[in-house]
Design a binder for this molecule. Sequence first.
Ligand code: SF4
Ligand code: SF4
Length: 418
Amino acid sequence: MATNGKRAQAEVPREGGYLPRFGLDQGPITEVHAFWLAGMSCDGCSIAAVGAKHPTVEQLISGTIPGLPKVVLHHPVLSVTAGERFMKAYHDAKNGKLGAPYVVIQEGSVADEDIAGAFGGYWSAMGANHETGQPIPTAHWLRDLAPGAAAVIAVGTCATWGGIPAATGNLTNSMSVMDYLGKDYLSTLGLPPVNVPGCAPLGDNITETVASVLMFLAGVGPLPEFDELGRPAWMFQSTVHRGCVRAGNYEEGKFADEYGQKECLVELGCWGPVVQCNMVSRGAIGHQGGCMNTGGICIGCTMPGFPDAFAPFYKKPPGTLVSSTISRQTGSFVSYLRKFTQRKGNKTTRWLEDNAVPSGWANVDGNTPTADKVVGFFYEKIKNMGTEFTPGSARQKELQKSASRFLEKGPQQDIAAE
Ligand code: SF4
Ligand code: SF4
């Protein structure tokens, strides 16, 4: 079996026979089917996906992105067909009759259908068995469609790690897609499940990941970089804290003690310093919104340990006792130094010399306090130290001499000399 993404026509072993595998060396791919499965979910990931802007779902399904195959989306809520007409493509893919490559996108965790089945029921299902008329659990659709899929993409924390349905005490034995398919699962492209976590995930994270995988599938882009847990590395390698709009407050030891304040929210229970997520730097929709941008704490919803590792959400993380205490102590001094530099940076050289600011907008104190003058003396020394602009340096003396000569001679003499 080739490993460079180009595979010859082959057969995928599965329960009850062999499923034809679509050969990627059979010509340019112009269409890719996307089968959306909803397991133990709230449909929040679907809502997030349709809010995506870069790219939009509309761009994906209309095939307007250059180089990208058109996506034929089969979605239980968004598709306009229903009933048997809607389910036909799922059955065709399962039976190896689709005749086109496809990806599986799973939202929601995978429940243990044996538990519900023992009582004659199911946890989540879609379509009906043609012989028995019984609902087909979505877990079984995943089991049957995954072997022939070019890629299996788990969206949302329930699908990627198990999420809330898999939290301690759950009765459904719910699990993630990677738990369900197992460590040895590989798609026809040779990929383990791709994971886009978040509760709900960023819509752009979903559509951008789908687009990146499709570009690779179409042979117009490299395989995107995934981390050790199958997350798109460029989205999840950094912590929320690093991109947080409030991180400067944390550094200066300024913390909110109730919601609605503009300072860092760590003492209200924010887990941002340890959580890998790009929500705040990317914004929820169209670079707007996102947890701390809109005043909310980070509860670690992208992380495999969510929710148990971060609950109770109303208590501050224990590590805060150390880190925010240190920030408070060092931050007050850092904050003073920054205010001093800011005051200086807000005045022109002329205003500093005149001790006055000619602003008609408000009364600005032009006087420089004595403490600032003392700090400023050393500040200037340190700022220019080691550069040719150090006051009194050879370079400065040379410049002053040439300026004096110029003034003595006068500009007219220079022009005449030319
Ligand atoms: S609000 Fe959270 S993520 Fe933002 S700076 Fe504070 S601790 Fe870090
Ligand atoms: S910032 Fe935290 S709570 Fe918000 S989406 Fe990211 S991980 Fe979830």
